[in-house]
Design a protein around this ligand. Structure first.
Ligand code: PNS
Length: 180
């Protein structure tokens, strides 16, 4: 069975890594597919996101990293996928993802979506929270003046950000964003 695990992965998180590795245990091959959508502003370029994923899965023989643009359903058909894999963390994810699963099933002519429930210890992890915290930590986000209060209150944003991303992304943050 070929599974496609699509996402923005901006950036890949420990939650994504967990879902992909668990998905790979039930597939012959798992393709982690990064959405390349030039009209959407991302923190990391598609090349960076792909490179992070390649690093995160370097020891996973069953996992391939690729990128796609356009419709997921079209890409899934083109890659000969048997199913799409998505992780569910909460009822909000369930509501959105079951809707997308129906669209993708119709568009692809029958490709199913398989859901794995997130590891409870990682259910709070999300790329958008990582981006938001990073913006505060680097003083570039909305409300960055609040950042000085956060820092003076000794809230450890760096540890929280780092707990949510694999080592390769930690290194990128340390280099690119100069998190103190
Ligand atoms: O990590 P994300 O941002 O939750 O991933 C969302 C993703 C990439 C899976 C979704 O946006 C997607 O599949 N986009 C591709 C475009 C597409 O097929 N849209 C129609 C869906 S019915």
């Amino acid at each position: 069975m070929i599974l496609i695990y699509p996402g923005s992965f901006d950036p890949v998180t420990t939650g994504h890594v967990d879902i992909a590795k668990r998905g790979a245990t039930i597939a012959h091959r798992l393709i982690v597919a990064v959405l390349d959508n030039p009209s959407k502003k991302t923190m990391f370029s598609v090349d960076e996101r792909v490179a992070f994923l390649q690093n995160a899965f370097v020891n996973e023989a069953k996992i391939e990293v690729d990128y796609f643009s356009g419709l997921l359903a079209e890409y899934a058909v083109r890659r000969g996928a048997n199913a799409i894999l998505r992780g569910l963390r909460n009822p909000g994810d369930f509501e959105n993802e079951t809707r997308y699963a129906s669209y993708n099933n119709q568009l692809s002519g029958g490709i199913e979506t398989i859901f794995l429930s997130a590891n409870p210890a990682l259910s709070f992890v999300s790329s958008s929270i990582v981006r938001e915290l990073t913006a505060y930590a680097t003083g570039r986000g909305i409300g960055s003046d609040i950042n000085s209060e956060i820092n003076s209150a000794k809230i450890d944003t760096k540890s929280l950000i780092y707990s949510m991303v694999p080592p390769v992304v930690q290194v990128a943050f340390a280099k690119k964003l100069d998190i103190e």
